[in-house]
Design a protein around this ligand. Structure first.
Ligand code: ZN
Length: 403
C-alpha cells in the first residue's frame, strides 16, 4: 500500500476523530460520533461489524464556588460528582486515622496531605483497587460528611499530567466533592472550625455508548485481537490518548483486508479505558468470559505517534518463536523499538488471564511519567506525527502476517 495514501488517510482520520478539539468521554456526543466513524470505515472496508450498546453515566458541570470568612477559593468540580449547595463547618482529615477517630458528621471535609496523595480508585473498579483506597472510601461514606474539598498535587501514575488532580472521579460515590491545589488547601486549612459555603453545579447524565467489534475469517479459529480505546478523558481532545491508536487500528484494518491466514482476526474499539467504570471493557470481558481460551494474542494500541522519540512495542507472555519473529520485524522499522512492560492499558484484560500481548505506545510516554499531556487539553493533534502511525501499522501488518 502506498505510503502517501496511508499518510493522507491517517491525517484525515485523526482530524475527524479530534475535530474542533471535542473530547470523547464515554456516552458524550463526541464519543458517539467517533464510534460511528470507526463503524462506518470498518463496514466500508468489508469487515463484519457489530456494535452492542450499554448504559453509561456521562456528566456535565459548570463550575463550583467555595467561600469562607469573606474570601473565595479556587475549586474545581470532581468529575462525575453530584452537585451541591452546602453551608457547614470545615473539618480537616489528613490520614486514615483522622477519619477513624474524628467526628465529621454534617461538616465540609478538607482532605489534604497524606490522604490526598494518590487518586482513589473508583468503588467498583475491579482491575486494581488497593485496600487503603477502599478503606478511605468506606470511612468517608460512613462519616456523615456533607461535602468534600480535596487538595491535591500531581499523581502522574494514576491521574496523568493534570495539576491538581481530582482525588475522586467516581459516578458511584455520592458525597459531592470538589478539588483544588495544595496551596489553596493550605489557605483553607486556616479556617478549620469556621463555616464555609460550597456551591457546585454538576449533573450526572444517563447515556448510552458502544464498543465497535469487527471480524474477519472463521470465528471458530484462534483469535488475534487488536484493541484500541476510543474514549478520551473529559476535557481532553485525546489526540495521542487515544485517537492515534484508533487511527493505527483503522490503517491496519485496511492493510489486513486481504488476510487469508490461519487465524480469525478481531478488531475492537473499546469504549471506556478513561472512564471510572470501564464500561466497554467490562462488557467485552462479560461477552467473552466463555471464550478466552481461543485467544492467541492481543495487540493493544494506546498512545502511539508522539512527535518526539520512537514507537515502543512491549511484549507480554509471547511464545519464544513469536517473540523472535517480532524482534526480527522490529529491526526492519527504524522508528520502532522494544520497550518495557507497562500495566495501565487494555492489554491487561488479556495478560491478567495469562494471554500473550503486544502493547504499542510512544516510548517518550514510558520514559516521562512526569509530563503534562496525558488527560489534559495539551493532548491535541499538533503533537502527533502521522508518519509514526503509518510505520506502526505497517510493522503490525507484517507481524500479524508472520504469525
Ligand atoms: Zn489511553
Amino acid at each position: 500500500m502506498k505510503t502517501i495514501y496511508l499518510n493522507v488517510k491517517c491525517i484525515s482520520f485523526l482530524k475527524a476523530l479530534c475535530s474542533d478539539n471535542i473530547d470523547r468521554p464515554v456516552g458524550s456526543t463526541g464519543n458517539k460520533r467517533a464510534a460511528n466513524i470507526v463503524k462506518e470505515e470498518l463496514e466500508f472496508l468489508g469487515w463484519n461489524v457489530e456494535t452492542s450498546e450499554f448504559d453509561v453515566i456521562d456528566w456535565k458541570q459548570s463550575g463550583a464556588k467555595l467561600n469562607v470568612n469573606g474570601s473565595e477559593l479556587n475549586v474545581f468540580v470532581s468529575p462525575y460528582s453530584t452537585g451541591c449547595s452546602v453551608k457547614a463547618p470545615l473539618a480537616i482529615a489528613e490520614s486514615i486515622s483522622d477519619l477513624e477517630k474524628n467526628d465529621y458528621k454534617d461538616s465540609v471535609v478538607l482532605l489534604k496531605g497524606e490522604i490526598a496523595q494518590e487518586q482513589l480508585m473508583p468503588k467498583n473498579f475491579v482491575f486494581y483497587n488497593p485496600e487503603h483506597h477502599k478503606k478511605i472510601i468506606s470511612l468517608l461514606e460512613n462519616s456523615g460528611a456533607r461535602a468534600l474539598v480535596c487538595a491535591t498535587g500531581k499523581d502522574a501514575a494514576l491521574a496523568g499530567g493534570v495539576y491538581p488532580f481530582p482525588l475522586i472521579e467516581d459516578g458511584d460515590f455520592d458525597i459531592p466533592s470538589v478539588f483544588t491545589t495544595e496551596e489553596e488547601g493550605h489557605k483553607l486549612a486556616e479556617h478549620a472550625g469556621h463555616e464555609v459555603t460550597l456551591t457546585s453545579c454538576s449533573e450526572r447524565i444517563d447515556s448510552t455508548a458502544c464498543n465497535v467489534v469487527a471480524r474477519k475469517g472463521n470465528p471458530n479459529k484462534e483469535r488475534i485481537i487488536i484493541t484500541a480505546h476510543i474514549d478520551s478523558k473529559k476535557g481532553s481532545p485525546g489526540a495521542l490518548d487515544n485517537a492515534s491508536g484508533i487511527v493505527v487500528m483503522l490503517l491496519l484494518a485496511d492493510m489486513l483486508n486481504d488476510y487469508k491466514g490461519d487465524y480469525s482476526l478481531e478488531i475492537v474499539a473499546l469504549n471506556g479505558e478513561d472512564h471510572y467504570a470501564n464500561p466497554g471493557q467490562m462488557q467485552y470481558i462479560e461477552s467473552n468470559k466463555e471464550n478466552f481460551e481461543n485467544i492467541l494474542i492481543n495487540i493493544n494500541i494506546d498512545g502511539p505517534g508522539y512527535n518526539i522519540g520512537e514507537t515502543s512495542f512491549s511484549f507480554f507472555n509471547l511464545p519464544d518463536k513469536l517473540q523472535k519473529s517480532a524482534k526480527k520485524i522490529l529491526r526492519e522499522y527504524p522508528g520502532i523499538v522494544e520497550g518495557p512492560q507497562w500495566p495501565q492499558g487494555d492489554h491487561s484484560i488479556f495478560t491478567q488471564q495469562g494471554k500473550a500481548a503486544i502493547a504499542v505506545t510512544s516510548k517518550w510516554l514510558l520514559d516521562n511519567s512526569e509530563q503534562d499531556i496525558t488527560h489534559t487539553e495539551n493532548d491535541e493533534i499538533s503533537i502527533v506525527d502521522c508518519r509514526k502511525l503509518v510505520e506502526a501499522a505497517q510493522a503490525l501488518n507484517a507481524l500479524i502476517r508472520k504469525i
